[in-house]
Write a protein that binds this ligand. Structure first.
Ligand code: PRX
Length: 567
């Protein structure tokens, strides 16, 4: 019998402890994400179930059962131990989305080390900053990316070993401190996972802020309880689902919901290791009979561009549930989803720092197109005054999104940056740094970020990273990077540059600057456009007023300029 959706009842019945009970992890017992996600299922007689279906760019499939992953991740853990990795050491993953990425992730956690996943698209400088900060001991990479690691290696003395997963003997030799590892021939079925505890560090994810270097949000093994329960209740996964999370594990969505949550539930996941095309995505969904799909608004907008008819040309009849995360999901996206798939996209709001979904559209809940939904039933969320920290309880009042700690997956600190971690809390709230209002029905409506961080295609890019790269060019005196509104990616990076005397801002110089920073930044952070200006708007204290540039760019009201230098 179908019960009508009762949000209040769900709030009464839901607590994070439910996850502990269902995963049979009473308080005080060991919690190891690797064991719970993989070994547990094998020990319970479910080892033959498919855990991972991997499709590469050529359409080749590789399947791995939970038993395969238990043995192969055991192989990784044993090998890393041989390499001298011990509990709490950081092991960085700098890999494309091959099976090795997913399986070594589990192996590192079984060993009790901390896994630091990074996008393989990162340039040498982006890689350096994050490894220099984490002081990783090992980087696991592949031939295609080893060059970038070599370039920055001298600058990171902590880095002892670089593991190359696809080395071809006889081809370009490995250098000192590099070792080859062939995952498929290294099974260890009896590796005993470390008895990590609730608060043992697990995953270190870097995220961008307005100022300074990227910040490493440190998570712990018990974060799993939040990822498990939200996976179960929001993604609505059931034992026979075939689930597809389109996110790269370099991004928190790709680990919390592309590895941990679904595998904690023993679900079969599909990974597509290929570039985006609408046709390819639909073909993948049809081929694997995907039932539950978690994706991002930029991807949805790209699919929209190719029309709903294309979706309907494919047999997507298995699909029963769709969710979205990373940026505001426009109402149009939801309406288009109905037309293309006959289903609602369920938006979810959360962050690297929150580790799991905070504001959600639960299955069965009425979706209001354009709204992020309501707090996950175990989450207490509100909007607050940014200065007083007072909760704003009048409906439709804009404030800062804030969540009441604790919850299992809240970051435990920013690596090497405790002051910034503490600055995220106000009057007992964790403050997300985003603005929203809440309507009469308790639905949250996103208004915008409260800082200068650029959200391009769901990926956060700090202006500081781009400006620093620009400043290294001989012609650049000053620079400011902002997010310029963009139909597809929500924002793209635009840079404003003031030149040193003697340089002329022409096309040749723009090209020279672009080529120069391309080597340093990831493709995501690359400006689409550089505008040469005489000088940048600044506050009297010398801070660049990116807000002003941004307003100019989007033709908005410029707002309060009383702090401006030249008033
Ligand atoms: O600005 C919000 C936006 O993405 C930020 C978090 O980015 P990140 O830490 O990279 O994690 C993204 C994946 C969990 C937020 O502070 N954001 C995320 N989800 C939404 C969103 N903005 C609007 N609507 C969302 N559903």
């Amino acid at each position: 019998m179908n019960h009508p959706f009762d949000y209040d009842a769900l709030r009464r019945e839901t607590s994070w402890d439910l996850a502990r009970q269902e995963l049979d992890c009473p308080a005080g017992s060991p919690v190891n994400i690797g064991r719970i996600c993989i070994d547990r299922h094998v020990d319970a007689g479910r080892g033959d179930k498919t855990a991972l279906i991997h499709e590469d760019h050529a359409g080749q499939l590789r399947e791995f059962s939970f038993r395969d992953i238990k043995e192969l991740s055991g192989g990784w853990a044993a090998f890393l131990r041989e390499q001298g990795v011990v509990e709490l050491d950081r092991v960085c993953l700098f890999l494309e989305r091959g099976p090795e990425l997913y399986i070594s992730f589990i192996g590192i956690l079984k060993l009790g080390a901390v896994v630091q996943p990074l996008f393989s698209a990162f340039g040498e400088e982006a890689l350096f900053q994050r490894i220099d900060d984490s002081q990783a001991k090992v980087v696991i990479t592949q031939r295609k990316h080893v060059g970038k690691v070599r370039k920055m290696r001298e600058r990171v003395p902590s880095l002892e070993t670089v593991i190359v997963i696809d080395h071809l003997p006889g081809k370009r030799p490995l250098r000192e401190g590099e070792v080859a590892y062939e995952m498929m021939s290294s099974r260890v079925g009896d590796f005993v996972p470390q008895e990590t505890a609730d608060e043992s560090p697990s995953v270190l994810h870097y995220t961008s802020g307005t100022t300074g270097k990227p910040k490493g949000a440190l998570h712990v093994h018990s974060s799993l309880f939040a990822q498990y329960l939200t996976t179960k209740m929001v993604l609505d996964l059931k034992d026979d689902d075939i689930y597809w999370c389109t996110a790269d594990p370099g991004w928190v969505t790709g680990t919390s919901y592309g590895i941990i949550g679904p595998w904690a539930m023993g679900i079969t996941q599909v990974v597509l290791d290929a570039g985006f095309s609408s046709k390819r995505w639909y073909a993948t969904m049809a081929r694997h009979k995907i039932t539950v799909w978690y994706t991002a608004p930029t991807a949805i907008r790209m699919l929209m561009k190719d029309g709903a008819a294309l979706a309907r040309e494919h047999d997507l009849s298995a699909l029963r549930h769709m969710c979205s995360v990373g940026e505001p999901l426009n109402a149009e996206g939801v309406l288009w989803g109905r037309e293309a798939f006959g289903l609602d996209f369920h938006d979810t709001f959360w962050q690297t720092e929150t580790g799991a979904m905070m504001i959600t559209n639960l299955p069965g809940m009425t979706v209001k197109p354009g709204s992020m939904g309501r707090p996950f039933p175990a989450v207490r969320a509100g909007v607050i005054d940014p200065v007083s920290g007072e909760e704003l309880t009048d409906p439709n009042t804009v404030g800062m999104i804030a969540i009441r700690p604790p919850w299992p997956s809240i970051m435990r600190t920013y690596w090497n940056n405790t002051p910034t971690f503490y600055s995220k809390f106000l009057r007992g709230w964790y403050v997300c740094g985003d603005q929203a209002s809440i309507d009469e029905d308790g639905y949250f409506w996103f208004c915008g970020r409260d800082d200068d961080v650029i959200n391009t295609g769901g990926h956060l890019v700090g202006p500081f990273e781009i400006e620093s790269a620009l400043l290294e060019h001989e012609a650049v005196a000053e620079s400011a990077a902002i997010g310029k509104p963009d139909e597809l990616n929500m924002e793209v990076v635009k840079a404003f540059v003031a030149l040193k005397p003697g340089f002329v801002g022409d096309d040749d110089l723009e090209l020279s600057i672009m080529n120069f920073i391309r080597k340093k930044l990831s493709p995501l952070a690359m400006p689409q456009e550089i505008e040469f200006v005489d000088k940048l708007p600044k506050t009297r204290s010398g801070k660049i007023m990116r807000r002003l540039l941004k307003a100019q760019e989007s033709g908005e009201e410029i707002g309060d300029t009383s702090g401006l230098e030249d008033d």
